[in-house]
Design a protein around this ligand. Structure first.
Ligand code: AMP
Ligand code: ZN
Length: 113
């Protein structure tokens, strides 16, 4: 499958991987929008959140808990951070393999653009 994030998960395309396990891979975003900007993906290819299935419940929870664990390790858990998933182009999704963004290290505005 011609998917950038599948290729990163498989090691076919290099990325600065900061954590990986049997379900998830986390790496530095190539175009960081904050001092800390990590991309959290499942190894399983799911194009958008709309395609997630009931059987992906554990996978999605694992991604969220991995974000919180990494935020603690990065020492941004107390000051605050943002975990966001864009779904489809109208919301800003550009890579069609689901991912959470973990953003931190600066003040976040709300509402997002
Ligand atoms: P989204 O626009 O929500 O789909 O997020 C895709 C993210 O992937 C963007 O923040 C990009 O900067 C990031 N990105 C694209 N290509 C790469 C890459 N090769 N390595 C790391 N991050 C990437
Ligand atoms: Zn993929």
């Amino acid at each position: 499958m011609d998917c950038l994030f599948c290729k990163i998960a498989n090691g076919d395309i290099p990325a600065k991987i900061v954590y990986q396990d049997e379900i998830a891979v986390i790496f530095d975003d190539i175009n960081p929008q904050a001092p800390h900007h990590k991309v959290i993906i499942p190894r399983k290819h799911i194009a958008t959140l709309n395609e997630a299935l009931e059987e992906d419940r554990h996978l999605l929870g694992h991604l969220a808990l991995s974000a919180a664990k990494l935020a603690k390790e990065l020492n941004i858990a107390n000051e605050g951070y943002r975990v966001v998933m864009n779904c489809n182009a109208g919301a800003g999704q550009s890579v069609f393999h689901i991912h959470f963004h973990l953003l931190g290290g600066r003040r976040m505005g709300w509402p997002p653009g």
